[in-house]
Design a protein around this ligand. Sequence first.
Ligand code: BGC
Length: 744
Amino acid sequence: MKNIIFLTAISLLIFTACKTVDNEASGEAEKLLGKKIDSVLALMTLEEKIGQLNQYSGDGEQTGPVTLRPDLLQSIRDGKVGSMLNIIGAGYTRKIQKIAVEESRLKIPLIFGYDVIHGFKTIFPVPLGESASWDTEAVERAARVAGTEASAAGQHWTFAPMVDIARDPRWGRIMEGSGEDPYLGSRMAEARVKGFQGKDLSDITTILACAKHFAGYGDSQAGRDYFTTDISENALREVYLPPFKAAADAGVATFMTGFNDLNGIPVTGNKYLVNDILKNEWKYKGMVVSDWASIGGMITHGIAANTYEAGELAFNAGVDMDMEGKVYLTELKNLLKDGKITEGQIDESVCRVLRLKFLLGLFDDPYRYCNIEREASTLLKPEFLAEARDAARKSFVLLKNENRVLPLSLSVKSVALIGPASDAALDMIGTWSGRGEAKHVITLKKELETRLGAAKVIYAQGAGFNDDDKSGFAAALAAARKAEVIIAACGEAGNMSGESLCRTDIGIPGVQEELILELAKLGKPLVLVLFNGRPLILTKVNTFVPAILEAWLPGTMAGPALCDVLFGDYNPSGKLPVTFPYALGQIPIFYNHKNSGRPIKQDDRYTSHYLDAPNDPLFPFGFGLSYTQFAYNNLIISESTITGNKPLEVRVDVKNTGQVAGTETAQLYIRDLVGSVTRPVMELKGFKKVMLKAGEVQTISFTVTMEDLSFYNRQGVWGTEPGKFKIFVGTNSRNTMEAGFELR
Ligand code: BGC
């Protein structure tokens, strides 16, 4: 019997060539990989092939005996499972892997996947916060740490980065992405992919990354999760797809579809998106997994009558693996029998899965990620905590600092620490926080007490995150009266943003705003430290509170990072990756909007405006202050007219005009004044971070390429059109210098 299988394998080798390997274009290593994949494929029965396309969820972390449901264990033995998610720990993954490689016929190892979104055990700021650093190297390092920890705990695959562009802060999942801008989102996507995957997937500290949710999910109507998206081809191509393309170009190993209906066809069954754009146009060789039961979800969408039709839609769209849906397991065979799909298609999907298993080295050693000693010595390493602290302080955005309330002096006599976030360890790590634990979090209260001495910190919670209880106000005000300085640590609880956690009112929740206003009435130096996974409406508090520091959900090292900034050991440099509205009714509001035929004009009624609010947001995209000031001068562009493919050089002098050293992120935007389709009023095309000593000037240069000037024209073709352009360079999207040039 063994020989028959072997001979069949050899003979098939001559005829099949794994479709994921382009024999013409590939190097020797890729060709060899193709042969290895084919040799396994040739041994597989149809049932075993379909099994590789099936992913089940496990039961988390088990330190004792295997507790996985007996039917799931049996499926693994039967070769009906290609991957498991939510099986955590080097020891537990070893036990489950052992069943796959010792008790199944072909001994094909499993891939273990988990949502490692902003850290595994050492928790970093939520991705929206991390992106406010505009620091691709720091973001890459954060993903590297997360990958190192997760891989030590048996994981091969993270369902990150989430690269969905989001322009609606009501949507809870805005915290998982990089905000509203496709350029910034693309740079962050690349950085995270590089961080998770490292240089070589065979390195056991790396894990497969996953660009999700392909595509458009962030545009969920009304900011409500899982809801419909209706996106024009141009917006899809220019706003929502670029971060996915950037992730694909950075070599992301996998893609995940989403839950949303896109222009009438749910993305999990959207052939145009997955097969045509991703796999054909972009020539993507990685593997595509559905979102959690999103194949069967198409029945509820009303585009498939049953699992048979749902499976047909998803599989023909190009979705290779079914996450926790069992649709492929039950329907692919029937679909093949009825000629709705081909065995060639199944083989191709299986190749994509097996390819990952080879790249991870699992065929050589299925237990290479299952080392409990490595797990114990890796998690929460001091250098990882240092990295998390640095990522957090880089993520903070100073929104206001009237009368230089900040930084505080270490010789301050007493500080009143008020607010529900002061000592809320679990809330600091937010949702999607892997195996992060409250007990490892250093809160603001704890760190303040360490730095100042407990006697100088007068703490009163004052209010809860989201209730109407004002009984704590009196004690909070009494504490504040006694202190020299007040710090209000307020905002959203950690579980108020993330999947399915959408809000219609994005003010500071509960009675906290009232509490802050009461504190402001005392007229003392007051710093509002805000915790949140989305932009909040701060219009009222901004009028009364002299200093506001946006801290997002900063992770395990919240307290130390915050004190570094509050006491001036670290000069804040974060910039908003997303617009903070002035009023709720402005949503969706984003900087790169179109001009309209009647843009707002003072005292002209028939122009695009509101009766009761300005058009401008409270804090624009790219905004963020420092303890020093920066001045921009001498904006020079190399040519006033460009032709052909010649890139444009843009230079500007940035001067630190203040008293302390600081880091500035200079931003470059373009505007194409006339196009065959209308163009946004501004589009970010570059940014540079520069550290300047007090008084120092540096010339920063940007290169603007034809790619930066391209868009999808009226015929749907990517390219440039001749005409006039504007260049804006400055400290945020509202405050820029301007120059112009012509493309001939
Ligand atoms: C989410 C995905 C996640 C998956 C697995 C789904 O509900 O939409 O982003 O990766 O669950 O946990």
